[in-house]
Design a protein around this ligand. Structure first.
Ligand SMILES: *[C@@H]1O[C@H](CO)[C@@H](O)[C@H](O)[C@H]1NC(C)=O
Ligand SMILES: *[C@@H]1O[C@H](CO)[C@@H](O)[C@H](O)[C@H]1NC(C)=O
Ligand SMILES: *[C@@H]1O[C@H](CO)[C@@H](O)[C@H](O)[C@H]1NC(C)=O
Ligand SMILES: *[C@@H]1O[C@H](CO)[C@@H](O)[C@H](O)[C@H]1NC(C)=O
Ligand SMILES: *[C@@H]1O[C@H](CO)[C@@H](O)[C@H](O)[C@H]1NC(C)=O
Ligand SMILES: *[C@@H]1O[C@H](CO)[C@@H](O)[C@H](O)[C@H]1NC(C)=O
Length: 445
């Protein structure tokens, strides 16, 4: 008697489950936010940060290098793209117009220009749409999968894929456009235009996290919502494109902030302040944030001044530098602290008075079997390259930015882009004795 009853009950709950999961699929469930993993890949000459989505019908996992300032998503369609739901976007359509620099092929398909922002190679390809599936989140852990039926992307090819890690077949742009990865999800699920990214410094079994939409940010044992603990600074627009390929008059899709001065050990580094603001006519100057540049990049005069001030504040002899770096020390001369190599913080003093503290873990690169520690910024040269070739300006001709905050500087920092309030939120969670690999990816369903 009792066993039969139990079977009936579990059959009932099984049926209920079936009903609830099938209604969820047909639209009633609206997520508050979605979550993506991001893994540091060191198989290529410099690290890349790779995220994963599911795409196509049937769904397959697609790995994409994260480009914080990229305008769109491109995926290699040249080999092995099989899907019953992939559709070409018609040229002249509203969707096509979202890809600013678009063209029209002979068969009336919208064309875009996929760029490999790691290698600088660009090509052209059809704009298409297909199903994309990702995990939702409540900010504490992963929830059920949610689907966008017509996610827009550009078809890349083997040529433009070259230089990405093995198994990575495209680039996901997170820049200021309606068709970048986060903002396609924002419009599909009516999120505010907001996302957060937390890059992990570890590689194996150490995934960082991207959260798109409105959710608390809970990182494991910290047990507190880090969205409440961010520092903020205004996001600045650069009116001139900084992409490898763009149409004339197109603004930059990258995120710029206002660095007003740089302090090391309570002393201001002497800099040419003109370089710190963006020249509105040619887009030269200013400070941007990048995930495709593994290390920071500084205009020559800024590099020299920073290096000089840093070496003097560290107070030990430099050794012959290891390329591409120009300022290196013997590791045994530098102590270690829980915050990384024991060097003075580099303080970026921002427009609104907020301070971005770059601690040893984010300023130094360990090389040569850890014998050598180098300042993790490279000298980016001094000649602004702004000449435009024809309608499109090509790699090498885009305006130069004076300060690029690279991926090394972002690791274990929670970075929030909020286009509604036009602010960048930031916080070193290393200082909270946590790290970006502490998000709980265990799904609750
Ligand atoms: C994507 O990356 C994962 C983990 O890095 C790997 O196991 C998988 O094979 C990759 N996917 C493809 C399609 O290569
Ligand atoms: C998420 O975690 C926080 C902190 O542990 C807790 O206060 C909150 O109730 C949790 N929310 C959900 C939806 O699980
Ligand atoms: C930067 O250094 C200058 C000069 O010593 C000092 O007046 C200023 O308060 C410092 N700013 C910060 C944020 O440390
Ligand atoms: C500062 O930089 C600007 C822009 O590159 C340049 O025109 C100016 O000559 C520089 N000033 C000094 C004192 O070097
Ligand atoms: C790096 O290591 C090699 C041998 O392991 C050594 O010969 C070389 O001098 C080292 N370079 C630096 C800059 O210390
Ligand atoms: C991770 O989340 C799952 C629910 O999805 C929960 O059961 C598990 O206890 C969480 N793990 C930790 C370490 O908090």
């Amino acid at each position: 008697m009792i066993p039969t009853l139990r079977i009936t009950l579990s059959l009932c709950s099984f049926l209920l489950l079936l009903i609830s999961s099938s209604t969820a699929k047909t639209s009633s469930f609206r997520p508050k936010a979605i979550v993506l993993p991001v893994t540091k890949d060191i198989s290529t000459s410099t690290p890349q940060y790779v995220t994963q989505i599911k795409q196509r019908t049937p769904l397959v996992t697609v790995n994409l290098t994260v480009d914080l300032g990229g305008g769109y998503v491109w995926v290699n369609c040249e080999h092995g793209y099989v899907s019953s739901t992939s559709k070409a976007v018609a040229c002249g359509s509203a969707q096509c117009k979202l890809f600013g620099s678009s063209s029209c092929s002979s068969d009336k398909v919208c064309g875009g220009f996929p760029s490999n922002t790691v290698t600088g190679v660009s090509t052209s390809g059809d704009v298409r749409s297909d199903v994309v599936s990702v995990q939702s989140t409540n900010g504490n852990y992963s929830g059920r999968a949610v689907t966008v039926p017509k996610f827009l992307f550009i078809c890349g090819s083997d040529v433009v894929q070259k230089g990405l890690p093995k198994g990575v077949s495209g680039i996901a742009g997170f820049g200021r456009t309606k068709v970048s990865l986060p903002f396609q999800f924002s419009s599909a699920f009516h999120f505010t235009r907001k996302f957060a990214i937390c890059l992990s410094s570890g590689t194996i079994d150490s995934r960082g996290v991207i959260i798109i939409g409105d959710a608390p940010y809970n990182f494991g044992y910290l047990n507190s919502d880090l969205s409440k603990a961010l520092n903020f600074t205004p996001l600045i627009k650069n009116p001139v494109s900084t992409a490898p390929i763009s149409s004339l008059g197109e603004p930059s899709f990258e995120y710029f902030i206002g660095v007003k001065s740089i302090n090391i050990s309570d002393k201001e580094v002497p800099l040419n302040k003109t370089l710190l603001s963006i020249n509105k006519n040619n887009g030269v100057g200013g400070t941007k944030i990048s995930t495709v540049n593994p290390y920071g990049i500084l205009e020559t005069s800024i590099y020299k001044a920073l290096s000089k001030a840093f070496v003097s504040a560290v107070g030990v002899q430099t050794i012959s530098p290891v390329s591409p770096f120009g300022t290196c020390f013997a590791s045994h001369d530098i102590g270690f602290t829980p915050m990384g190599p024991g060097v003075p913080d580099i303080k970026l003093v921002l427009e609104n008075g907020a301070v971005w503290d770059i601690i040893g873990a984010n300023s130094m690169v360990s090389l040569n079997n850890s014998d050598v520690l180098c300042l993790g910024f490279v000298d980016g040269g001094s000649n602004p390259k702004t000449s435009q070739v024809g309608f499109y300006h090509k790699t090498g001709n885009q305006p130069t930015t004076s300060i690029t905050i690279g991926a090394l500087q972002l690791e274990n920092n929670l970075i929030q882009v909020d286009l509604k309030t036009s602010r960048l939120g930031f916080r070193s969670i290393f200082l909270d004795h946590s790290n970006c690999a502490n998000f709980n990816f265990t799904s609750s369903v």
